[in-house]
Design a protein around this ligand. Sequence first.
Ligand SMILES: O=c1ccn([C@@H]2O[C@H](COP(=O)(O)OP(=O)(O)O[C@H]3O[C@H](CO)[C@@H](O)[C@H](O)[C@H]3O)[C@@H](O)[C@H]2O)c(=O)[nH]1
Ligand SMILES: [Mn+2]
Length: 668
Amino acid sequence: MAGSSSSLPPLCEKISYKNYFLRAVDLTILGLLISLLLHRILLMKQSDNVWVVAFLCESFFTFIWLLITCIKWSPAEYKPYADRLDERVHDLPSVDMFLTTADPVREPPILVVNTLLSLLAVNYPANKLACYVSDDGCSPLTYFSLKEASKFAKIWVPFCKKYNVRVRAPFRYFLNHPAATESSEFSKDWDMMKREYEKLCRKVEDATGDSHWLDADDDFEAFSNTKPNDHSTIVKVVWENKGGMGDEKEVPHFVYISREKRPNYFHNYKAGAMNVLVRVSGLMTNAPYMLNVDCDMYVNEADVVRQAMCIFLQNSISNSNNCAFVQYPQDFYDSNADELVVLQSYIGRGIAGIQGSTYAGSGCFHTRRVMYGISLDDLEDDGRSLSSVATRSYLAEENLAREFGNSKEMVTSVVNALQRKPNPQHSSLTDSLEAAQEVGHCHYENQTSWGKTIGWLYGSTTEDVHTGLGIHSRGWTSSYISPDPPAFLGAMPPGGPEAMVQQRRWAAGMLEILFNKRSPLIGVFFRKLRFRQSLAYLYILTWGLRSIPELFYCLLPAYCLLHNSALFPKQIVSRVSLFSGKGDSFVLAILAAEAPFSGNINTKIERILASSVLFLPCLRRCLRRFRCPAFGKSKPNLDRNQNQNRLAFVSSSPLSGKSPVIQRRVCR
Ligand SMILES: O=c1ccn([C@@H]2O[C@H](COP(=O)(O)OP(=O)(O)O[C@H]3O[C@H](CO)[C@@H](O)[C@H](O)[C@H]3O)[C@@H](O)[C@H]2O)c(=O)[nH]1
Ligand SMILES: [Mn+2]
């Protein structure tokens, strides 16, 4: 596949973001935090409960900061050179693209349609691509919309390829009008495409209100008498690319799947859906690489598959096939997810510089063999073929059936995938329909290794982190690419109950992993998880736990005001107050202490504020020593009598009818 000449420029480069200044800042903050802890320990005897609670919270925050410092020590990411791919690789590998949807109300079909179109139109040979949509909602409306979308794709894909459109999700593309400088042919085509897209939207909208089309078309018979949680497997080959039209005009295969669902049967959420996708695609196209996207995350960069292939193929050229998956960061177009985006750029790159980025559930390319459970040790030194021991243990007929289930076709496809051979050419995808129905059965996985060691792992609602951890624990690495503009853009609940439910699900899912047998604490000793990588996972998995000390810490200032006690070493409060002068010292001190611990840890302003406020007392003392006029002797006595300056809550009695006021009082 890949040309082996090493004189040609590489397909990708690892960029290291080591920054000594940031390291120094991180260590300084860590030092300050530790000194705060020491101070608390030294004065523990004279202090009250507030002091103890603050000490416990700060100990936790210091531990988290220690993890962060460790994670961010050597950030890195990969830069792919997609334009070099054609020169170096003559036969690009196939890629199966998976899209999951679960609920036509929460995930409107027009959104799924757009994600599908953006996938079908990526800049990659259409005969090397296949798109599989899993619909856990078993919705005829979703199926209808996707079918209509596949008709529209026949004009949309050639249009995108002809004019080299970058954003290939129509709802985003048509937000901008073509530039006046564009040719009249383009403008004509653009108008036509826009009209056709509007027609598609209308059809989907009309179908939402009125379901007469359900009875009119035999194709929808499979959906009659079904409920989202009670129906047999439905697999439909919506579009099969038979070739012969030239790449510009071809549309990749497109298959719709709704796995069997029964009440009282646990379906393992998205992980269960992903495993059905792996099996059905294994039977039909069996591509060595698999892309997985959420239904609300469209492709924002047409070259996305080529970029990911640069990483895998460069690995293969340099005989170091240890990269199990390539993860793109999650970016959002609709809501204020700055915190997540900022976290990814610091923590994400940091982890990427250790054993490799964590798997984030969407925008990720996996290698099929790795998802079939093999470890890095199972490969020969060339990184391609299975070692003889692994061949014996994996490819024994009885083992295969026990691990992968009783479908003969499935076992054959697994053997091919493990040996990196393509499936024998079928005359048509529809030949595999019967076997596909079988592997979509809800009892198919009983007594097999699906979800335990094979495929997407069960046992946590954050199956992404769990699956990624399983892969890293087997010794594999992963890569992180973060192109500009972002490769994928998604939607996120803007806030309110939906966001809270999502965050609770994430927090619970990650705690499930922390305490299960794949815990990173065990992985570092008994598996192939690197030490710093296990700390990175520890940081991620304790995300939910952090809310407890954060909540207590937020309540402490109010408690202190009410009980006339001090939360911080008085020196800091008084010195900061000297700088601020007007009584905001308390707020500043809280900010100073809170900012480094909060989720927004990496936003630059907070970091600068945090470090500068903590540094200010020292800086001021130095400047005063050198008699710098800017910090003259405005309030020298306060500095000497540190204990005198105290914050107190002075209120008139609530009964007197006057509202309480917060004042600064010098206690003598
Ligand atoms: O039973 C289910 C539940 C969900 N999904 C699909 O899974 C995806 C993610 O689900 P969503 O409810 O949108 O979860 P989010 O919290 O928004 O997603 C993030 O967190 C999930 C759990 O960690 C990951 O699976 C996702 O990839 C990641 O983007 C969506 O496409 C759903 O349609 C299913 O197919 N079946
Ligand atoms: Mn989502």
